[in-house]
Design a protein around this ligand. Structure first.
Ligand code: FES
Length: 276
């Protein structure tokens, strides 16, 4: 684990904007009396976002005052979680996933681009635009390799499309968030293989595309009740072979057949054997 210390150069003061101060009050009010410390992550996060994505010491002190907590306890939290930057970062702060699925999918190429264009980790480029950090899994392994830049994910990266992405950001051009290869969410990279009649071969042109209303609350369909619940039952517990054959001989009935669908035994016995 890396050592996390406050930056050597600190601003003289920090104050939440009136809007953010009101937001903090709202978060604190969510918790019962004497439990206001629970709002600590929200407040530190808000402070970081207000302060160019890094957390200076005066901001940590401000949060401690608002939550009536000792400064050292808030400092402990700020230095523990890597989501908090303790030193200045670039305008575009890049968190590159270096966990196994991303490594296997080529994150070393992305790392090489960052080292070449931005420099070592935590270094901010001279124009203040970029800095980067290698982090653990960001939960988008299906679209590996990927990076998070500020609040957004950029996925399905290659050295080529990542270079283009950085060029576009540097030039202030619009960029596409998410997959950089045109893949929709985490659908198969080679295109859809099922539900084609609903969503089309390209996943975008079927009759179901565009019909989802994000404001509507969908209720999952209840599974249908079995038509005849008395028709099936769990198989009887296993018995020693000899005891079973004695029992079968006694009752003179055939073994129950297994259903094709479920593999469970039906209760209806076969017709008794004709003893005549
Ligand atoms: S391993 Fe990279 S996002 Fe999960």
């Amino acid at each position: 684990m890396s050592v996390r210390r406050l930056a050597e150069i600190q601003p003289a003061s920090f104050a939440f904007t009136p809007e953010n101060a009101a937001w903090c009050d709202k978060q604190i009010a969510k918790y019962p009396e004497h439990r206001q410390a629970s709002a600590i992550l929200s407040l530190l996060w808000r402070a970081q976002k207000q302060h160019d994505y890094w957390l200076p010491k005066p901001a940590i002190e401000d949060v401690a005052r608002r939550l009536s907590m000792p400064y050292i306890r808030v400092l402990e939290v700020a230095t523990f979680y890597t989501m908090f930057n303790l030193e200045p970062v670039g305008k575009y702060f890049i968190q590159m996933c270096g966990t196994t699925p991303c490594v296997l999918a080529g994150s070393d190429d992305i790392k090489a681009v960052l080292e070449k264009r931005v420099g070592p980790q935590r270094h901010v480029t001279a124009d203040g635009l970029f800095s980067w950090l290698e982090v653990e899994c960001l939960g988008a392994c299906c679209n590996a390799p990927m990076v998070q830049i500020n609040d957004d994910y950029y996925e399905d990266l290659s050295a080529e499309n990542f270079n283009t992405l950085l060029d576009d950001l540097a030039a202030g051009r619009p960029v596409t968030i998410g997959s950089q290869t045109g893949r929709r969410t985490s659908e198969p990279a080679g295109g859809l293989t099922s539900l084609l009649s609903l969503y089309g071969v390209d996943g975008k042109s079927g009759p179901e595309c565009g019909t989802h209303d994000p404001n509507k609350h969908y209720t999952p369909t209840e599974p249908e009740a079995p038509k005849d619940v008395t028709a099936t039952q769990e198989p009887a517990p296993a018995q020693p072979a000899q005891a079973r054959s004695e029992q079968e001989a006694k009752h003179s009935v055939a073994q129950p057949e297994k259903t094709e669908e479920t593999g469970t035994a039906r209760t209806e016995p076969s017709a008794p054997k004709d003893k005549a």
